[in-house]
Ligand binder design. Structure first.
Ligand code: ZN
Ligand code: ZN
Length: 203
């Protein structure tokens, strides 16, 4: 089965659950991440409720990437310091105020509806979806990543094991609300036992 994320219209910036854009729901101790390359604050891209990945899943995966100097901060690389992924397990009631400087938010928040299609092949499922709906595909939840380039599944920095795939993101619905993956796709992973997460993009 392929679980497509489809565009379900604009939504409040602080809407709960899976969405792109808006402001993140985080733990109380959360500090807005800064880029290790340029020191500017990162841009919040999306949050994914783990309940949308598997039944009984708890927590939120939250994705950030530097956009202060697009292309210059290694923001496609899971370890270069130009992006951050967080796994918030239970305490996600906090909505932090973004820093005043830098590019911190997308141009709007987009609601996500799930559509389950037969098969295992995300691009093929997306084509089938477009034959019956005008609603854009924003990505896929779980399943198998469809790599633009070679498989770059990251290893967990804590336990050294390959991380579990969580979400593949398209850039977005329109120019205003889209993330910048250089025309490609973003990929996020987590290691549940270690509460670690990683993000990268390929184009
Ligand atoms: Zn940067
Ligand atoms: Zn681990």
């Amino acid at each position: 089965m392929v679980k497509l994320m489809t565009y379900a219209g604009p939504v409040a910036d602080d809407a709960p659950g899976t969405r792109t854009g808006g402001v993140p729901h985080t733990s109380r101790e959360f500090e807005w991440p800064r880029c290790r390359q340029c020191a500017g604050p990162m841009q919040f891209l999306a949050q994914v409720s783990l309940a949308d990945i598997e039944p009984g899943g708890v927590g939120l995966l939250s994705l950030f990437m530097c956009q202060n100097d697009p292309g210059l901060c290694g923001e496609w690389d899971p370890t270069a310091g130009g992006n951050r992924a967080f796994l918030f397990e239970s305490d996600t009631a906090h909505t932090p105020v973004p820093p005043d400087d830098g590019e911190t938010l997308l141009g709007g928040a987009s609601a996500v509806a799930c559509a389950e299609l037969d098969g295992e092949d995300y691009p093929e499922a997306g084509e089938r979806w477009h034959q019956r709906s005008d609603r854009e595909v924003l990505g896929q939840l779980g399943g198998r990543p469809a790599w633009v380039q070679d498989d770059e599944t990251p290893t967990c920095g804590t336990c050294g094991r390959p991380m579990a795939f969580v979400v593949q993101l398209e850039e977005g619905h329109d120019r205003r609300t889209a993330a910048n993956f250089g025309g490609g796709c973003g990929y996020a992973f987590c290691c549940r036992p270690c509460t670690t997460a990683a993000f990268l993009f390929q184009c």
